[in-house]
Design a protein around this ligand. Structure first.
Ligand SMILES: [Zn+2]
Ligand SMILES: [Zn+2]
Length: 644
């Protein structure tokens, strides 16, 4: 018998050699229908893997990322089977799961596939899926594997094989298709109930443009048609809400070739949003006892050697510039500058926790192929802060940081979020992770406790921590259900030592502080990109670049409108007057397109009674209000940062 430990801590005994699928079935038939993969001792494995020793086990249902990636990778194999059945003799490179879906890179040997052919391929995949073919794993010797693919004449798989060792090679077969693959896979093709092949692209072999161009077919699949339909609908909506499209239409940001790729220019409307976000951050952080600092955009090489960014992070930094024989780098992170502010004065336990905050500008080298609107850029403004604290204050500080995240999520109407807690692997201490076994265990446990106590949904992932401590990635979902990684929240017990940071503790001894790196609003670039999609460009009043548009019905009401505008501006409300000689219907339509939250329509009655007729963006007529009352209402809506 062997003991299996489940995520809730329960331990049960089973026959030696039992599989995760049999265990699921033993728990309930319903569960067995919903599992796609399993993690045995933290490694994702086939559900058919026999377990031969005591182990921890997690069964992955569709909600788990592991289930999706296993499902999608299996769908890539199904695609390959369909392509091979349709076009015999084609050759296959790799077919991984990606964030949303999968692709396969294929050498069609001179044949071509058009967008129209994709529908045929989808049909073939549906047909093959219905065969319920099991994905069968087979360990195979390197010689036998080479013989198989030599026979098939697939030089791409032979190239993959040349990099593998005998004893670590496996094949997976489903139906008539066999692939070199380490797995894992779902039990059988019949689980793939709905497939959509989304696009075709060219892709150079190994990403090198000197190599042959292969055909990449992208797709996505689901365990039922309903989820596929919802996904396609979401994509349709996402297209309408594309932050690059809205960013241009609403005058938020622009890119210019002469400035350079990945370097957005913030237009006046975008700048207003930036300033509102910074105002929110400053208010929140001031109330939480943070202190603001300002630091230069560059620093000497020596500082980045101390921090360890050089040479480890060099590929992500802009190349250095030289001045007076010294190399300077654009900063890729604010932390080292903040550490220098910490060490500029003698610190005692009375000064701690010290929380240094800055909307810091950083520059990172992202490959040009990776750049994407505001989501992947080379210049970013980060809602950064570093909290220096003694060990005994850590849990309290970390909890306060989490509370701040939740506060922001409430303000922005972010209902779905998950924190991904990345842990270390004790086997890799001293290599991938700083060799502080006790600190790792202590801080990981403290972080876990805080997450549990504050009722924050979270998942744990093994072996993905940062070099210097456990890392929490915050994932959020937009109003249309698209996932974004917002920011990370990190515990750091290495940088303090590297920089020789110390404080005098209450026993009069020198101690190194723990450091929390946190950025709840992420970067302006990514967060505003997210907000554009989330709100579909219809910002709540407090964030809207233009808050009120005054629309006189005819020219003769312009003087009243002009006076109203002055009153609104002096109350701190962003407003404009549309004094064109246009029909009121056109003025209203144009303002709707600009997504301005409020329209004040002014006619005879309004002027005579000193009132305004209010229209709300997307909602139409909201009634008449005396001027002073509407100003009070709007001021309070802005001050409270109400959702629209
Ligand atoms: Zn595979
Ligand atoms: Zn940092």
């Amino acid at each position: 018998m062997i003991n299996i430990k489940f995520p809730d801590g329960a331990v049960r005994s089973y026959e030696n050699g039992i599989t995760p699928f049999q265990i699921a079935k033993g728990i309930s038939e319903g569960l067995a229908k919903k599992v796609y993969a399993s993690s045995i001792d933290g490694q994702v494995k086939d559900l058919t893997t026999p377990i031969n020793k005591d182990a921890s086990l997690k069964l992955h249902t569709w909600d788990d990322a592991e289930a999706k990636s296993t499902f999608w990778h299996s769908s890539a194999h199904l695609l390959a089977e369909a392509v091979e059945a349709t076009l015999p003799g084609v050759k296959f490179w790799v077919g991984p799961a990606i964030d949303r879906g999968f692709y396969y890179d294929i050498d069609l040997g001179g044949k071509t596939i058009s967008e129209e052919d994709l529908a045929q391929l989808e049909k073939k995949m549906d047909e093959l899926a219905k065969n319920n073919s099991p994905f069968v794993r087979k360990e195979i010797s390197k010689n036998d594997a080479i013989a198989y693919f030599s026979d098939k004449g697939d030089e791409y798989k032979l190239d993959l094989l040349s990099g593998l060792q005998d004893g670590e090679i496996s094949f997976y077969t489903q139906g008539g298709f066999t692939d070199l693959c380490r797995g894992p896979h779902i039990p059988h093709t019949g689980l793939i109930k709905a497939v959509k092949l989304t696009s075709i692209a060219g892709a150079y072999w190994k990403g090198d443009e000197k190599n042959k161009q292969l055909t990449r077919i992208y797709g996505i699949s689901f365990p039922n048609q309903k989820e596929l339909d919802e996904h396609l609908q979401m994509l349709e909506e996402a297209k309408k809400r594309d932050h690059r499209k809205l960013g241009k239409e609403l005058g938020i940001f622009t890119m210019d070739d002469d400035v350079g790729p990945g370097l957005p220019l913030w237009m006046p409307n975008g700048t207003i949003i930036i300033e509102e976000l910074e105002k929110l951050a400053k208010e929140t952080e001031n109330a939480a006892g943070y202190k603001r600092v300002v630091t230069p955009h560059i620093a000497k090489e020596s500082m980045y050697l101390t921090s360890g960014h050089l040479p480890y992070y060099q590929d992500s930094m802009y190349p250095p510039m030289e001045l007076e024989g010294v190399k300077y780098y654009l900063k890729a992170m604010n932390c080292p500058h903040h550490h220098k502010i910490f060490s500029a004065e003698n610190r005692s336990y009375r000064d701690l926790p010290l929380r240094l905050a800055e909307y810091g500008t950083c520059y990172r080298y992202e490959q040009s192929g990776e750049l994407f609107g505001l989501m992947r850029v080379r210049c970013l403004h980060m809602n950064d802060a570093h909290i220096y604290c003694a060990k005994e204050d850590f849990a309290k500080e970390f909890r306060a940081v989490n509370d701040m995240y939740i506060k922001y999520f409430n303000i922005f109407g972010i209902d779905k979020y998950v924190m991904r807690l990345s842990l270390h692997d004790p086997a890799k201490l001293g290599q991938k992770y700083i060799n502080e076994p006790e600190l790792w265990i202590q801080t990981e446990e403290m972080v876990r406790q805080v997450l549990i106590e504050s009722n924050i949904p979270y998942v744990e992932v093994q072996d993905e921590g940062a070099f210097y401590g456990p890392k929490i990635d915050v994932q959020i979902w937009s109003a249309i259900g698209r996932e974004f990684t917002l920011a990370t929240n990190q515990v750091d017990f290495a940088q303090g030592r590297r920089f020789g940071l110390e404080f005098t503790n209450n026993e009069n001894q020198a101690e190194t502080p723990l450091i929390i790196h946190r950025a709840p609003l992420g970067t302006h670039e990514r967060f505003i990109g997210f907000l554009l999609e989330h709100y579909a460009g219809k910002f709540p009043l407090w964030l809207a670049p233009l808050q009120v548009k005054i629309l006189p019905i005819s020219d003769k009401f312009n003087p009243f409108a002009e006076n109203l505008k002055e009153q609104l501006l002096s109350a701190g409300i962003r407003c404009e007057l549309d004094d064109r000689s246009e029909k009121i219907g056109k003025k209203i339509r144009d303002t709707e397109l600009q997504k301005v939250p409020y329209m004040f329509v002014i006619g005879e009655k309004e002027v005579n009674e000193n009132v305004v007729s209010v229209r709300r963006q997307g909602k139409g007529d909201a009634g008449q209000f005396p001027v002073s009352e509407i100003i009070t209402n709007l001021t309070s809506e802005i001050k409270n940062r109400q959702a629209s």
